[in-house]
Design a binder for this molecule. Sequence first.
Ligand code: FE2
Ligand code: FE2
Length: 293
Amino acid sequence: MPRQLITHQKIAEHVARLGELYPPISLDSVDRTILRPDLVAAKFGNVIDYLARVELEVDRNVLELLVLLPDVDDTNKTFYSDVWQPQEIQHGLILDRLQQDLGRSAAAPHLELSFKIKILGALASLKPIQDIAKLLYFLTGASTERQAVLAYNRINTGLRELGETAISETIITPIKQQEPGHFAFYQMSATAMIQDKVLNPWQLFLTRVLRERSYNLVGTNNMRQYKGDMCGVAIDLGLNADLEGYAREIGRVESRLLWAHKQGMDFPPYILTALRESVELYQERIARGMAFA
Ligand SMILES: [Fe+2]
Ligand SMILES: [Fe+2]
């Protein structure tokens, strides 16, 4: 079925709507009642720590965007400066306070730009490379926001089952409502680039090569410690039971946009490779007697 044409106007309207519908969540709106802190910490402490850190890393994500896309257009600028960053930083601050209410230490976000980003940023001053960097940026956004949606859905169900209504209703539900809009922005932006044929065949080829070599699960920052943590999070959320199904979910956008010519490819194999690597690192840790490093 042919998909609807994604116009720049449509993306701009989506961004404006997100800004109107979802003001950043204030710390004061949160009900800090926790019925059984020890139980919440035991079941979801590691997940909350992970999510808090990743949300607080939005400031590094903004730096990455500015390095990769120095000529960013007005819609992208409005999205990251008026919608996305103000929303995500509140997610981080609220979850960080929650983890401390649970008796855990404050988040330590990783705010350094990686060497790879600096190199790609230097190359991105060339227009053909900038377009490749842009598509990679949108695909990364779509995959990571989808992972956020799935994680918040799962943790919300778990907290409701525990009867932790205050956390569920005043923290996770409001955060969870804001993530699908982010996902839609990146998905629409990436789709528009393919549909408008912004990249020629060699640029698309290079995008595929770079994506295959640089794919990372959300918040792992290509670091062993976080990759291992990620598997622990997936286990606590029950996402590990069907890794292939999870890979399909988080790889759907790029499957459609980058790999449509590959008949029978259910999801890009590098996503399952990343998930399996995360499982291996976690198992190594268990073998050494420590689940979370
Ligand atoms: Fe978020
Ligand atoms: Fe988000």
